[in-house]
Design a protein. Structure first.
Length: 228
């Protein structure tokens, strides 16, 4: 019997929201469920554009728990969409996180990677309790997680990667993520190999590149766990 090919890495870390979890559908769905009830029709593309702009501004400020970031970003995005939303009413977005769906390829790919013997971790810009709600959506467990709450900052700051390195070294490590800005750029700057899950076929924001680029997690699993 032929021997299985050697694994190129020992540890795989994943960004969670946008990489494993379809956060765009989660955010848009939460807004679309809440807005019409208040007489405000909301388009998916407009929601996501307003929310991304708002969240980046909020995360650039002093560290706050991600529940607060979600709430403030939701309020600011709603205002940009013509929906005056009191701060107390903006908790709908954080409360919806446990229902955000994995991408269809997420669990099959994770199961293959687990079966191939990889150690799996998550590096996420989120609070521990919110991530715990999301982890119930996965069909495999993760060996470790590093959250913004644990390190007191948000990617693209380096604290997530420094904390993960302390857990991982000297094993071979690949970081897997959809966000070029939040994950690929800082990981590459720290000498961490990256796989970019470029679901939307975007161009690199800085003209650089990841070590590997895939459109889906299934393609990543085909590379890292062939025959599994």
């Amino acid at each position: 019997m032929a021997e299985a090919p050697a694994r190129p890495y020992d540890v795989l870390t994943f960004d969670c929201y946008g990489t494993l979890i379809d956060w765009e559908s989660g955010i848009a769905g939460a807004f679309q469920a809440a807005g019409p009830a208040r007489g405000v029709p909301l388009e998916r593309a407009a929601i996501l554009d307003a929310y991304l702009r708002a969240e980046r501004r909020v995360e650039a400020g002093p560290y706050r728990r991600y529940r607060e970031v979600l709430t403030e970003s939701a309020r600011a995005a709603a205002a940009a969409l013509g929906w005056p939303l009191a701060s107390g009413d903006a908790a709908f977005l954080a409360d919806s996180i446990g229902g955000w769906p994995p991408f269809p390829d997420t669990n099959p790919a994770l199961e293959r990677l687990r079966a191939a013997g990889y150690t799996l971790g998550i590096l996420s810009n989120i609070d521990d309790d919110l991530l715990a709600a999301t982890r119930r959506r996965f069909t495999v467990d993760f060996d470790f997680v590093v959250t913004a709450q644990q390190v007191g900052s948000y990617k693209p700051a380096r604290a997530h990667f420094d904390a993960a390195r302390r857990l991982i070294d000297p094993r071979r490590w690949l970081h897997v993520a959809q966000s070029y800005f939040h994950d690929v750029v800082p990981a590459r700057a720290l000498g961490i190999p990256t796989a970019w899950i470029n679901r939307h076929g975007e161009a690199p924001s800085d003209g650089g590149r990841a070590e590997r680029e895939f459109r889906t997690l299934g393609e990543l699993a085909d590379w890292l766990a062939p025959g599994v």
